[in-house]
Write a protein that binds this ligand. Structure first.
Ligand SMILES: Cc1ncc(COP(=O)(O)O)c(C=O)c1O
Length: 390
């Protein structure tokens, strides 16, 4: 065996996204103890940076030491008690995982389903809220990574509150790439991931809980079933103030990386990052559409950072993706679940959301699809993208 030296790829799938060298360098700084006063100072800054990124004043804002799925579980295991009825809005793969979480917490899920590729329908949610006045929580995915559809979380949360429900919102793919406003939208519990629009290394999940959510956690009749994710215990380490006690050994260097990633986002400015993602989506769209590829999601509901396009008739999904990887060192995403083999998911997340990546991706796709004899328009995408670049 030898040291593992990965190839240098351009990551334009559904995550992880390209990690900026500044973040990789931060990760290689000396490891110190998880209760070292200098580390604790960095933790306080990290919490502040997360509050900025989530646009919240919530004191209970912290990174869970595990990937987005653990952030999801942290929300469900703390808020859902056995017997709780939870309305889960599902319009793709990740709503299905929320259902699993509710069941494993002993709750009863009530599913509100929308077609894959569509946004969550607020009318359907309101019908479910009327039909289930005993529901305690509404859970939803802001940015469905499996389809590239985004839902109107502000409106859905307002509706849930009208019927006295708490809300759990998944922003794994949206945070940092499109507006997420925890306090303004009234979100009660939220989680995200480090590896998408925050462009950090994978494995950390930022979460935030407001007072209403914490009130429910404090008044639980039963213990939180997960020791590791029990907020009451984790806060002994991540809480505010000088007193911090050992809970688990934090992933020290991964947290340096997150600190650097969030610092870079702050330096750019959240609004500027959202605008960059929106602009780059327009450029990619111009190129792909000029080639003749079609988007899965209608324009009004489309996520700028996750572009799902239909695979042209007769083209083998796996052949194209492996040619892109082997010949161009470019990764794009396959379809998930019901969309497997039918769509490609092209990510423009965080540091991956750059003009040079778009030109590479569209050029490489045109070259591979052309070679395979696919029915696409050749030689027009570049001009369309130049026009969109302005
Ligand atoms: C919307 C959504 N939720 C949850 C997750 C799970 O995150 P992770 O893979 O970091 O555990 C993902 C990952 O792609 C996601 O896209």
């Amino acid at each position: 065996m030898q040291a593992f030296n990965p190839p240098v790829r351009t990551l334009m799938g559904p995550g992880p996204s390209d990690v900026h060298p500044r973040i990789l360098e931060a990760m290689s700084r000396p490891t110190i103890g998880h209760l070292d006063p200098e580390f604790i100072r960095m933790m306080d800054e990290l919490k502040e940076l997360l509050q900025y990124t989530f646009q919240t004043g919530n004191a209970m804002t912290m990174p869970v030491s595990a990937p987005g799925s653990a952030g999801m579980e942290a929300c469900f295991v703390n808020l859902v008690e056995p017997g709780d009825k939870v309305i889960v809005c599902q319009n793709g793969v990740f709503g299905g995982r929320m259902k699993e979480n509710v069941e494993r917490c002993g709750g009863t899920p009530v599913m509100v389903e929308d077609a894959w590729g569509e946004a969550i329908d607020s009318n359907k949610l309101e019908d479910a809220l009327k039909a289930h006045p005993d529901a305690a929580i509404v859970a939803m995915v802001h940015a469905e990574t499996s389809t590239g559809a985004q839902s109107d979380v502000a409106k859905l949360v307002q509706l849930a509150h009208k019927y006295d429900c708490l809300t759990i919102v998944d922003t794994v793919t949206s945070l940092g790439g499109s507006p997420v406003k925890v306090d303004e939208w009234g979100i009660d519990a939220i989680y995200s991931g480090s590896q998408k629009c925050l462009s950090c290394t994978p494995g950390i999940s930022p979460v935030s809980f407001n007072e209403r959510a914490l009130e429910k956690v404090r008044n639980r009749q039963s213990k939180v079933q997960s020791w590791f994710l029990d907020l009451n215990l984790v806060m002994g380490y991540w809480g505010t103030g000088a007193k911090r006690a050992y809970h688990h050994t934090a992933p020290i260097n991964a947290l340096y990386a997150l600190h650097e990633a969030l610092l870079m986002l702050k330096e750019e400015g959240l609004e500027n990052a959202w605008a960059r993602h929106a602009k780059n989506h327009r450029v990619l769209k111009a190129g792909l559409e000029a080639m003749g590829l079609q988007f899965v999601v209608k324009e009004a509901d489309r996520l700028p950072q996750l572009n799902a396009v239909t695979i042209p008739e007769g083209v083998d999904d796996a052949v194209v993706r492996s040619r892109l990887l082997n010949d161009f060192n470019l990764e794009i995403g396959a379809g998930l679940g019901a969309l497997a083999g039918k769509v490609w998911r092209i990510g423009l997340m965080g540091h991956s959301s750059r003009t040079e990546n778009i030109l590479l991706c569209v050029g490489a796709l045109e070259s591979v699809l052309g070679d395979l004899g696919a029915d696409i328009n050749r030689g027009v995408a570049l001009a369309a993208m130049q026009k969109a670049l302005g």
